[in-house]
Design a protein around this ligand. Structure first.
Ligand SMILES: Nc1ncnc2c1ncn2[C@@H]1O[C@H](COP(=O)(O)OP(=O)(O)O)[C@@H](O)[C@H]1O
Ligand SMILES: [Mg+2]
Length: 214
């Protein structure tokens, strides 16, 4: 039987990477084989794209070039990681996926890439394939950024290209994720991410168990 595809979405520092690991461990303990992935950068080629995308000057790309790099990375993630794993009956959890592209390239950047363009590109790259469940971790940008900067201070490579943007950008992003969730309530669940790590984890487990019937 084909596995399930779960995506975790939300702005910088909302807790995606933290919660992905906890959820993966939880499901694995239940006997489900899990593949963890992320965008950008889940494949060797994607890692090169990731470095281009998450470091350096915030204005180094025009909007379309930047967006095409994300879709190239997504296609690598799907063809080499996500689809083969699902075929083998494994479950895949992705740290960011297509909603991040809409939130960043459309809502965050003030509609510089039309939503229709993003959706057409998605169709080329992924066809009708969609996540079975998307969890959007919602947080005040100020709180998320504080967490992100504290984390970056402990890391050798500073992935702060987006954190260097104005708070307004991050508020637009947040609004974008919430609009996406309103548009697709059967796929998306919004969770308040301003709680302690364990509380959020428990809520995620509840949602996964309800929605994916495990
Ligand atoms: N619920 C939480 N409360 C406080 N700190 C958190 C919480 N979730 C994550 N963190 C911390 O905030 C930082 C960013 O979390 P992370 O999971 O890397 O976020 P993201 O992947 O969404 O950018 C990390 O240092 C992490 O330990
Ligand atoms: Mg992360």
């Amino acid at each position: 039987m084909r596995g399930k595809f779960i995506t975790l979405e939300g702005g910088e520092g909302c807790g995606k990477s933290t919660q992905l690991k906890l959820l993966a461990d939880y499901l694995q303990n239940k006997g489900i084989e899990i593949v963890q992935t992320k965008e950008p950068g889940s494949t060797p080629e994607g890692k090169i794209l990731r470095e281009l995308l998450v470091t350096g000057d915030k204005d180094k790309f025009d909007a379309i070039s930047e967006c095409l790099l994300y879709y190239a990375d997504r296609r690598c993630n799907l063809t080499k990681v996500v689809w083969p794993a699902l075929e083998q009956g494994k479950w895949v959890i992705s740290d960011r996926y297509a909603d991040s592209t809409e939130a960043y390239q459309y809502y965050g950047y003030d509609k510089r890439v039309p939503l229709e363009t993003l959706q057409n590109l998605y169709q080329i790259v992924a066809g009708d394939f969609k996540p079975d469940l998307t969890i959007i971790l919602d947080i005040e940008p100020e709180t998320g950024m504080r967490r992100s900067f504290a984390k970056a201070a402990t890391m050798a490579v500073k992935e702060l290209r987006f954190e260097s943007r104005q708070l307004e950008f991050h508020h637009n992003l947040r609004r974008g994720f919430l609009e996406i969730a309103e548009r697709e309530p059967e796929r998306c669940v919004v969770l308040n991410a301003d709680a302690d790590i364990e509380t959020i984890h428990q809520k995620i487990v509840e949602i996964v168990e309800q929605r994916l019937e495990i």
